[in-house]
Design a protein around this ligand. Structure first.
Ligand SMILES: [Zn+2]
Length: 441
C-alpha cells in the first residue's frame, strides 16, 4: 500500500514541468489601466500576497487596476483598496473565466489565475498562470483556422512540442511564454468545442527525433508548393526540416501573391545596401529576371530571407518580371511565411482529403516520430473525447435557445474533467496490484 502512495507523487513530479505555464498577456501593448470582470466562477483576490477581499470576487464585480507611481492602485466596484506592489487573482476551481479589458485594447477572456505587477515605469505586466493543456487549446485557436478536428490535433501536437522544448524561453522575464508569434499566439481562451476535441485527442503526443528528443516544429501559413530547408532560413541544417514538394499548398488562401516595386527602388536597393554594380548588364539582367521554378536560398549571393525582410515580402519564394514600359519590377510570389516545417494550409488541404494526421506530420517533418507520453491514459482520453462530442451534439440542438453563461460548454467540460480525474484516482487506489502500476508507467 505504501508503494501506491509514493508512485502517484513521483508521477506528478515527472509531469510537473508541463502542468502549468506562465504566459505574459497583451505583451506588445503598453497598459496603464486594466478592468477585470468575471464570466464564470469565483476568484480569491490577493494583493502583496495577502488576501485582499472577502468574500470572493466573481460575476457582478469588477476590479480596476491602475499604475500609479510604480504601485498598483486597486479598486473593486469603485471601492478603493489602496496601493500595492502586486495583485493576484486565483481561480477557486478550473471552471473560472475572467474578462480582461485593458484601456485601448479589445477584450479577451482567459481561464486560470492572473498576476498583475508594475512594469517599466508606469505600465502593467499581466501574467496568466494557466493549466498547460488549457493554454495549448487557446494557442491552437489563435494559430490556425479550419473545420476538421484533425487539423486542430496536428496544430496541438506541434504547438505542444514547441512549448515543451521552449519552456525556458522567457525565463529571465519571469514567465514561460509571451502571447505573440515570438512564442505562440495566445489571444483568447479556447471557445470552440471542435478545437478542444482536437486538442484532447492529441493529449500526450509530441514529435521527437530518433534519439527521443523533442524536435523543433516550425510552421508557416503556406509553403507555396515547396517547403524550405532549415539552413536556407536559419543557418542550422536539421534532418527533419528538409525541403519537400508540397502541392497540397496550391489553390489555398495564401498560395500566391504579387508585389510591384519601381525598378529604380529595386535596383537601387541592391546597389546601395549590397554594393552590387547594377550598371553591369549581367547583374542587372539577373536582378530584373530572377526566377525560382524551385526554391532557392540566394539571389546573387544575397540571402533571400534578407530581401524578404527589407521589402516586407510574404515569402522568399518569388520570381521577378520586368515591366519596361512602366519601369517596374513585378514580383510573383508563392506562399506566406518562412516556408520551413509544416504548411498550415497544406495540412488543412491534406486533412480535407482524408489523409491521417500522423501522415500529415510525417510529410512536413521528415523522419520525425510521434511520441505518446506514457503517463497519458489513453482509455480515459477516449472516454473524455466521447463525452466532449456528446456535449457538442447537445449544444448544436440548443442553437435556437439562449444559453446561460453558467451552462457554458467549457464550464461543463471542466467539471467533467475534474470529476473524471477524481474517479480515476479512486479506482487506482482500490487496485493493490503492482502490474497495473507498471502498465501505467
Ligand atoms: Zn515570446
Amino acid at each position: 500500500m505504501k508503494r501506491l502512495l509514493i508512485l502517484p507523487l513521483l508521477l506528478l513530479a515527472l509531469v510537473a514541468h508541463a502542468d502549468r505555464v506562465r504566459v505574459r498577456l497583451f505583451s506588445t501593448n503598453t497598459i496603464s489601466t486594466l478592468n477585470i470582470s468575471f464570466d464564470l466562477g469565483q476568484y480569491n483576490l490577493y494583493a502583496d500576497d495577502s488576501l485582499l477581499l472577502e468574500p470572493l470576487v466573481g460575476e457582478g464585480r469588477s476590479v480596476l487596476v491602475r499604475c500609479q507611481g510604480g504601485r498598483l492602485a486597486v479598486s473593486v466596484n469603485d471601492d478603493n483598496y489602496g496601493l500595492h506592489r502586486s495583485l493576484r487573482l486565483e481561480a477557486t476551481d478550473t471552471a473560472c473565466i475572467l474578462c480582461l479589458n485593458p484601456e485601448g485594447c479589445k477584450q479577451r477572456t482567459y481561464e486560470g489565475n492572473l498576476e498583475v505587477t508594475p512594469h517599466a515605469g508606469n505600465s502593467l505586466l499581466l501574467v496568466a498562470d494557466v493549466d498547460f493543456e488549457t493554454y495549448l487549446a487557446g494557442v491552437v485557436q489563435s494559430e490556425i483556422y479550419g473545420q476538421q478536428s484533425d487539423i486542430f490535433r496536428i496544430q496541438a501536437i506541434i504547438s505542444r512540442t514547441w512549448a515543451l522544448r521552449n519552456l525556458r524561453k522567457h525565463r529571465a522575464d519571469g514567465y514561460n511564454f509571451c502571447d505573440q508569434v515570438h512564442c505562440q499566439a495566445y489571444l483568447n481562451r479556447c471557445i470552440r468545442p471542435d478545437i478542444m476535441v482536437g486538442v484532447v485527442r492529441s493529449s500526450g503526443q509530441t514529435l521527437v527525433d530518433s534519439a527521443g528528443a523533442l524536435i523543433e516544429t516550425p510552421f508557416h501559413s503556406n509553403s507555396g508548393g515547396q517547403t524550405a530547408n532549415s539552413e536556407d532560413v536559419w543557418r542550422t541544417a536539421l534532418p527533419y526540416l528538409r525541403s519537400v514538394q508540397d502541392t497540397f499548398s496550391y489553390r489555398m488562401r495564401q498560395t500566391d501573391w504579387v508585389k510591384t516595386i519601381s525598378a529604380d527602388r529595386w535596383l537601387g536597393y541592391f546597389a546601395k545596401t549590397h554594393r552590387l554594380d547594377t550598371g553591369d548588364s549581367a547583374i542587372r539582367d539577373t536582378l530584373l529576371h530572377f526566377s525560382q521554378p524551385v526554391r532557392r536560398a540566394r539571389l546573387l549571393g544575397i540571402p533571400l530571407t534578407r530581401i524578404r525582410l527589407d521589402f516586407k515580402l510574404r515569402s522568399t519564394f518569388f520570381s521577378v518580371d520586368y515591366d519596361s514600359a512602366a519601369r517596374n519590377v513585378v514580383l510573383h510570389g508563392h506562399g506566406y511565411g518562412h516556408g520551413v516545417g509544416l504548411s498550415q494550409e497544406g495540412a488543412i488541404r491534406m486533412v480535407g482529403l482524408g489523409i491521417a494526421y500522423d501522415s500529415v506530420l510525417r510529410h512536413y517533418y521528415t523522419g520525425a516520430l510521434l511520441h505518446l507520453d506514457p503517463s497519458a491514459n489513453v482509455n480515459y482520453l477516449e472516454h473524455y473525447t466521447a463525452q466532449l462530442e456528446q456535449i457538442i451534439e447537445e449544444d448544436k440542438n440548443k442553437q435556437t435557445q439562449t444559453r446561460s453563461k453558467k451552462d457554458d460548454w467549457l464550464g461543463r467540460l471542466f467539471r467533467l474533467r475534474d470529476r473524471e480525474a477524481r474517479e480515476e484516482i479512486y479506482i487506482e487506489e482500490e487496485q493493490d496490484n503492482e502490474q497495473d502500476w507498471q502498465y501505467e508507467w
